[in-house]
Design a protein around this ligand. Sequence first.
Ligand SMILES: Nc1nc2c(ncn2[C@@H]2O[C@H](COP(=O)(O)OP(=O)(O)OP(=O)(O)O)[C@@H](O)[C@H]2O)c(=O)[nH]1
Length: 435
Amino acid sequence: MFSFFKKKPPSAETGTVFTEVGFTDVFPAKTPAPEVPAPVAQVPVAPALLPVPAAEPLPPQPAAPVMAPAPAVVPVPAVLKPELPAPAASAPVSPPVPAPQVAPAPALAPVALPVVESPQPKPEPSRAGWLSRLKEGLRKTGSSLAGVFSRTKIDDALYEELEEALLLADTGVKATEFLLEDLKRRVRETRTTEPQAVKGLLVDSLSELLKPLERPLEIGRHDPTVMMVVGVNGAGKTTSIGKLTRHLLEAEQKVLMAAADTFRAAAREQLAVWAQRADGSGVQVQGAGWVDIVSQQGGDPAAVTFDAVNAGKARGCDVVIADTAGRLPTQLHLMEELKKIKRVITKAQPDAPHEVLLVVDGNTGQNALTQVRAFDDALQLTGLIVTKLDGTAKGGVLAAIARERPVPVYFIGVGERLEDLQTFSAREFAQALLS
Ligand SMILES: Nc1nc2c(ncn2[C@@H]2O[C@H](COP(=O)(O)OP(=O)(O)OP(=O)(O)O)[C@@H](O)[C@H]2O)c(=O)[nH]1
């Protein structure tokens, strides 16, 4: 199973970033006082499980738990239940327990995830496997674009056909104009005469346009890192949070999810199912990650989130993720609710939320751009997760986003499986589109 954590350069601000480079580094040591005995969840990690490339040697950090020599066998359960003061802690999934003082406080009922059943983790799928899925997913968008270059010469007709294909792929007028101008310049400068070679130049041009969207999601800079996830109904928020959480667990992270979609029946259960899923073959968490869910069906989403951030701080969580209910940006009262959730997070932790992520369905083309604009205006987005790029004819929308509202794309999704959500690479995307 892949992961894509990479340690940042050693510094006081050491954190972890999601990159496209594979499982290349260990999660950085947090900075607990060395004299404090490590809690169970911070059991030293066997270096063998976390290969570090020679090119990036780790600095000596003797006090850091993750760097400490590990015992030969570390019998760490897949998911450790946090030791909570909550009375419901003994039950795997307990009914909401009313907080004694604060009336709307949601129950903190930990979800005990099953311990690893199978000792045989699946082999980590290679990035190559991902690239072929990405290519396959973008085939509908790419085929009409690539078809343009089967013409016999580079002339106005070729550029007109390309313009039409870009517009049909929902690249949008601005990005299309930009790409055509840039391409013509590259053709002139390189004195290219073969239409097939123009395709290569378009890959370069598109990569450059998309490059500003390529940015890693950082984990580890804050305690905890608080993320708020928003989007329209059915965009793939819960699924994406589930996939993200799986990767965080595999990287030894303590994750607290806030089911801030309090009107959805079984929101909690849906999150729990995803948190447990791994390739459909059971939990395969290596190490000491654990997940917990805060929910209160029918409660105030802002109160649930507030409670989750406070609980996350109290329990020493690494990441708190708030899953909000889907809404259209035109539903102004619901957009106000999101603003309130964001304000309330800041009350619980002054520098939070650290990430406001919009999940957009890539299959909606220009509509996705409209959503990015509207949610960004309301919430000042920090990143995007673009889902459902599999089978879409509208994959050009990423170019439109890059040109018109360049919010970083942390992840793209090409399917419903765990490994179908991966970090975004501008060049990979351009190559897959025009392959
Ligand atoms: N084909 C495909 N389906 C996806 C992808 N991501 C999510 N889905 C599916 O999209 C559907 C909706 O996903 P959810 O995660 O429930 O969406 P949501 O945004 O949480 O929905 P609401 O809570 O109703 O707003 C599910 O059937 C997912 O399996 C993807 O990348 N590709």
